[in-house]
Every structure is written in C-alpha cells, then in structure tokens.
Design a protein around this ligand. Structure first.
Ligand code: HSE
Length: 307
C-alpha cells in the first residue's frame, strides 16, 4: 500500500515545469500480485471516484504500473485498488498522484526495482493517458516530493529543491471541475518576446527564492502573463478570490495547475493559515459555490504506508 501526495503544478509562471508536493490531501493505492500478466483496476473509491476510469489502458495508475512491470520484465500482473483523497479535475494533481502511486506500487513487486528516473517516465506515460499530453509537473513532485523543476522531457529529467521550511500552502478548491485537457486547449500557440522575457525573469527568481528560502522574492515571482490569463475565464471569480487570499494574509496567490484550485502561500512563522482558508471558503460559499480547503505545507513524495 502506498500514499501518493497531491501536488500543485505551474506555481505562477512555471507552466509544465514547476510543481510542489503537498502534505495533504493524498491518494492511497493498494496493489496485489496476480498470476496473469497486466494490471487490472479492481476498485476506485473516495472523493470523485465515480469520475475515475477503471479502463486499464486509460487509468493513470494502471498505465504507469503496467509500464513499470514491462520495463522490469515481470512475468506476473497486478490488481489495484485506488482510494482517492484528491478530487479529479481539481488542479491538485489527481491524475499525477495516481500515476506516481501506480508506478511506485508496481516497483515494490520487482526483484530488481527500477531507478527513480524510470519510474518518472512510467508515471509521465500514465499522466499522458489521462490528459493527452506527457507533462510530468504533477507526477514528478508526487514521486520525489518537495519543489521540482522538469529539466527536460526528452530525456525526462527532474530536479528537486527543498522549499523553505516555513512555506505554508492553502489549496482552495471551489466545487466545479476543469478537465486539464480542456484547460490546455485555450492556451496561446505563440508568445510575444517581451512577455517571454518577463516570464523568464519570474521563473528564474522563483527558483532563487525557493533555494534561498526568500519568501519575499517568491511573492514577487509568481506573475504568469501567459497561461493564467488565458485560463481565467474558465474559473469563476478567480482574480477576486486571489485578492481575498492576499487580504487574509497570503503573500502569493495563483491558479493551481490547470485549476480550479486556487493556491496561496503564507508564512508559517507569521500565521497558521486558517484565516486564509476560512476567507476562501466564505468567499465562494457566499456565491453559492461549495469550497473545500486544505491548510497545509509542502511534503515528501510517494511512500509505503503501513496498514
Ligand atoms: N502543467 C499542467 C497544466 C498541469 O497546467 O496544464 C495540470 O495540472
């Protein structure tokens, strides 16, 4: 049985490159060895389970697990049970956690376990089965934890940076779904050079802020001029909600992944973040939209969980 954490991708300007693992929420994946080859999804339960496909060629966990078994030349198969703690279509890496968990769980059964780089490739293939594109900015941090940078996709390589210990994260999830596939369709095909230069300044400074533990620099390095503006019409009240989080004490607030999650950062040395979570909930509920909130911090990657 493994625990695969939720993640927030993009983190402002780092589209398809940045991601961070959260301490909460997470998915649990249980795998059992079977004598017949292949990976079967036995059951999916938990939040949003009915929307998760059990079709083994489309489910991110089974696709990733099957890739691992194939690479490990396994002469057996697996039957898996997925317990969702992460709602699908949330922008909190639901499919990425499934993919990371599936790859990691399958690896436990191999006589010669695969290295992390191969698990990452298998997980990215799992993600591809769900979103239609091979992005690893959710399954990457779900696998290795912390703040991650996709260095390259071909070959796939990921870099981990430990975020500051006092980096608090509030993930507010309004009650509507934004499928990643749809949210990718609205993005521009080309960008203006001036916008690109601004974006590069933001991502480079964001990495420096993370590495130096400089929350002030991070707060000034999440301005995405390309992706979030294109997606904002898909997320009702996004800009107002970000302002609400800032007013309640967050030092940065932006669209989480492809949305609709709104991710806010706060300084754990200054507050416990509960006011931000409450303000976000009140804001959406006043507009007739249910809103789940996690007041949490960054966390480690997928790991074995004792029953
Ligand atoms: N980088 C991906 C996107 C993440 O923004 O489409 C999806 O959560």
């Amino acid at each position: 049985m493994v625990r695969a954490p939720s993640t927030i991708a993009n983190l402002g300007a780092g589209y398809d490159v940045f991601g961070i693992a959260l301490k909460d929420p997470f998915d649990i994946i249980e795998a059992k060895r079977t004598s017949e080859k292949g990976v079967r999804v036995e059951k999916v339960e938990g939040i949003g389970a009915l929307t998760v496909t059990m079709e083994h060629t489309k489910n991110t966990a089974s696709v990733a697990a099957a890739k691992v078994l194939e690479m490990g030349k396994a002469d057996f198969g697996l039957s898996i049970i997925i317990k969702k703690g992460i709602r699908p279509c949330s922008g909190m890496g639901s499919s990425g956690a499934g993919a990371a968990g599936g790859a990691y769980a399958a690896n436990q059964f191999l006589d010669k376990p695969l290295p992390m780089s191969k698990l990452l490739w298998a997980a990215a293939k799992g993600e591809e089965a769900s979103s239609g594109s091979m992005h690893a900015d959710n399954c990457g941090p779900s696998l290795i934890g912390g703040f991650t940078i996709i260095h390259s996709y071909d070959p796939i390589e990921i870099v981990r940076v430990d975020p500051p210990a006092n980096l608090g994260i509030v993930a507010a999830l309004p009650g509507f779904a934004v499928p990643t596939k749809e949210a990718r369709k609205v993005l521009p095909k080309e960008v203006d050079m001036k916008v690109l230069i601004s974006q590069m300044g933001q991502v480079a400074s964001f990495v420096a802020g993370m590495a130096k533990g400089d929350l002030d620099l991070i707060s000034r390095s999440v301005n995405d001029r390309i992706v979030e503006p294109a997606r904002a019409p898909l997320i009702p009240h996004l800009k107002e909600a970000e302002k609400v989080a800032m007013k309640a004490g967050a030092f940065a607030s932006f669209l989480g992944g492809s949305g609709p999650c709104i991710c806010s950062f706060y300084d754990m040395n200054k507050s416990d973040g509960s006011e931000i979570g409450q303000a976000m909930q009140n804001f959406y509920e006043a507009r007739g939209v249910e809103c789940l909130c996690w007041v949490t911090t960054w966390g480690e990657g997928v790991r074995k969980e004792e029953k």
